[in-house]
Design a protein around this ligand. Structure first.
Ligand code: ADP
Ligand code: MG
Length: 250
């Protein structure tokens, strides 16, 4: 049975896409069949894997087209993708209008995910219908947290949403963990934020933190996950360790 992870945080630019792409790439390289479902109309996970949506996309997944028809292999072994495109933005309006609009993705993913060990749902930067669909379809949610001053404020909101989805829509939803990203450990601020997040959330926080790394930021413009772009970079190394922690926790 696939383990389905929603990678979610309503803040933009905190490392959701980087985390989804790189964890999937690491697990794929370790021999685990992995799938990224790009649920952001900005399609950064799609371009970050060097792909584009020609024809079908995650939009069709919300329209009842089976996963097996939409998941395409990437040029990386064991790694498949359901691409996104900007038209997905229109789905937000449609989903909000339908009564059972929160469960579309869960229903689409009920069949077809068995072909994978790990599925990552890369969410857009909002707590709108696409993210609610992802949380409803997932077994676990992974929350990237950018190590910056306002990190904790946004966290209360996403944790509330997770609880709400758990009560109303998906009782099996659990928190896979909070992942500190873009950590510049030389700064006092990063140390303070890390300490504060660990004090609040304890063991829910991954032991590994992801450092701020130029190579991680460069990799998507080459359409490559960090392990393919520069496997010796600190960012690639960190995501390997996070992937291993994820396996350990699963
Ligand atoms: P989100 O999906 O939450 O909006 P992204 O994963 O797209 O965030 O990251 C936002 C930007 O920061 C991207 O340009 C990405 O390449 C860059 N980035 C992400 N993680 C790191 C990191 N650890 N170090 C440096 N740059 C990063
Ligand atoms: Mg993103």
């Amino acid at each position: 049975m696939a383990r389905i992870y929603a990678v979610a945080n309503q803040k933009g630019g905190v490392g959701k896409t980087t985390t989804a792409v790189n964890l999937a790439a690491c697990l794929a390289e370790a021999g685990e069949k992995s799938l990224v479902v790009d649920l952001d109309p900005q399609a950064n996970a799609t371009s970050g894997l060097g792909e584009s949506a020609n024809g079908s996309s995650s939009y069709d997944l919300l329209d009842g087209v089976p996963l097996s028809e939409l998941a395409k292999p990437t040029r990386f072994a064991n790694l498949s993708l359901v691409a996104s495109k900007s038209a997905l933005a229109g789905a937000v309006v449609e989903l909000a209008r339908r009564d059972d609009g929160d469960r579309y993705l869960a229903e689409s993913l009920a069949e077809g995910t068995d072909a994978y060990e790990y599925v990552f749902l890369d969410c857009p930067p909002s707590l709108g219908p696409l993210t609610v669909n992802a949380l409803t379809a997932a077994d676990r949610v992974l929350v990237p947290v950018q190590a910056e001053y306002y990190a904790l404020e946004g966290l209360a909101e996403i944790m509330r949403s997770i609880e709400l989805v758990k009560t109303r829509l998906n009782s099996r939803l659990g928190v896979a963990g909070l992942l500190l990203t873009m950590v510049d450990s030389r700064t006092r601020l990063a140390q303070d934020v890390e300490r504060e997040v660990r004090t609040h959330f304890g063991d829910l926080v991954f032991r590994t933190t992801v450092p701020r790394s130029v190579r991680l930021a460069e990799a998507p413009s080459h359409g490559l996950p960090a392990i393919a772009y520069d496997r010796r970079s600190p960012g690639a190394d960190a995501y390997w360790k996070v992937a291993m922690e994820l396996v350990e926790r699963a």
